[in-house]
Write a protein that binds this ligand. Structure first.
Ligand SMILES: NC(=O)c1ccc[n+]([C@@H]2O[C@H](COP(=O)([O-])OP(=O)(O)OC[C@H]3O[C@@H](n4cnc5c(N)ncnc54)[C@H](OP(=O)(O)O)[C@@H]3O)[C@@H](O)[C@H]2O)c1
Length: 338
């Protein structure tokens, strides 16, 4: 079996670390791993297959001989270095939002639209964490009865905003519990013991950039610009695991039982739906898991053809690192495409 040289850009971040862990646990055939980060990480190392590997500073020369370059170091880093990596012959799988909506860049969740990888031009985009888990649920329903409209409200964990955000929630919680104040830098409002209805910046239309990502990326992945979508993205004081309340209006009727049985056979999805026994997905259940959990599946009593449900996924896995490694697996023929 061929072994591949894999560069991870942002190797010291929460997503980069999870990528390295996924490459190892899923036995991706890595011949050489090149962890890359900024000058702040000079002297740092990561552990891969029980070996310590020094983190290198990202430069334009970092990609010579690289087969796959997994990027998760922010949009401006991807904008500058992903084209350099692709020109050097690497296949770039980018976790940032920079390339996602470019028409010639496939935006891929392998269980949903791996066919979009055909004819890629060297850069492939990974969707936003909230989009990735939602399309796993929407795809089988859309295929069965068509989706007319989606209203989604997210409850997103702080790890979605990176390592500094995790530190902020932890430090602020400890400080507040000891009766002390703690001024955060990552979030505009205190995140400890609070809920913040803003993720990313506000746009002229009143939505945030995160909300528009959910809307536009979902339409691109489901290849149906006619689906009407509205989103509210909210940050909650949870470390790992994004939750979503999703209201779906379908084109043809479908019962909650039919939704349950469709989702039971959907790849990457686990139905956890026995509310009377307290069974529904929570971030504590799904953190560290590959599958997205779905429950609270019920008829929306307020409209024709309405379904309400609740889903939870590990934002660092299906929302980022797992999805990126799965794309690479499809490209080398190790994962059966959808
Ligand atoms: N967290 C999630 O759930 C999630 C999900 C999907 C997509 N993403 C996207 O993935 C990206 C990274 O997110 P994260 O949560 O892992 O952030 P993070 O924990 O803050 O890590 C950022 C990483 O990027 C590196 N970096 C920053 N500036 C750099 C530069 N100029 N040159 C080289 N490396 C640089 C950092 O290196 P140093 O340690 O040296 O500073 C670190 O390794 C973001 O674009 C984010 O939107 C995140």
């Amino acid at each position: 079996m061929k072994n591949y040289t894999v560069a991870v850009v942002g190797a010291t971040g929460v997503v980069g670390k999870e990528m390295i862990s996924m490459l190892e646990s899923r036995k991706f055939p890595v011949g050489k791993l090149i962890p890359l980060a900024s000058e702040r990480s000079i002297g740092a190392s990561i552990t891969f297959k029980r070996q310590d590997i020094d983190v290198e500073v990202l430069t334009p020369e970092s990609f010579i001989g690289v087969d796959f370059a997994l990027f998760s170091a922010g949009g401006s880093v991807s904008a500058e270095y992903a084209p350099i990596a692709a020109a050097a012959g690497a296949v770039v799988i980018d976790n940032t939002s920079h390339f996602r909506m470019q028409p010639d860049v496939p935006l891929v969740v392998p269980e949903v639209n791996s066919h979009a990888l055909a004819g890629h031009k060297g850069i492939i985009a990974n969707p936003n964490c909230s989009t990735a888990q939602m399309v796993l649920i929407l795809k089988p329903i859309h295929d069965a009865v068509g989706i007319e409209r989606v209203i989604v409200s997210t409850y997103q964990s702080v790890s979605g905003a990176g390592k500094d955000a995790i530190h902020e929630l932890e430090s602020q919680s400890r400080a507040n519990l000891s009766g002390q104040n703690y001024d955060g830098k990552v979030f505009k409002s205190p995140i400890a013991f609070n809920v913040i209805p803003q993720i990313d910046v506000f746009l002229k239309n009143g939505y945030t950039k995160e909300e528009m990502k959910l809307i536009e990326e979902t339409r691109k992945i489901l290849e149906d610009p006619s689906i009407r979508i509205s989103a509210t993205a909210v940050r909650v004081p949870v470390f790992v695991g994004h939750s979503e309340s999703i209201n779906i209006q379908t084109r043809k009727p479908i019962t909650p039982d039919q939704v349950r049985s469709l989702l039971r056979t959907a790849p990457g999805v686990t139905v956890m739906d026995n509310p009377t026994k307290g069974q529904y997905p929570t971030p504590r259940d799904l953190a560290g898991e590959d599958n997205v959990g779905v429950g609270r599946i019920r008829k929306d009593l307020s409209i024709e053809n309405g379904i309400e449900l609740w889903c939870v996924g590990d934002n660092l896995r299906k929302g980022a690192a797992l999805n990126a490694v799965q794309i690479a697996e499809v490209l080398i023929g190790n994962m059966v495409p959808a």
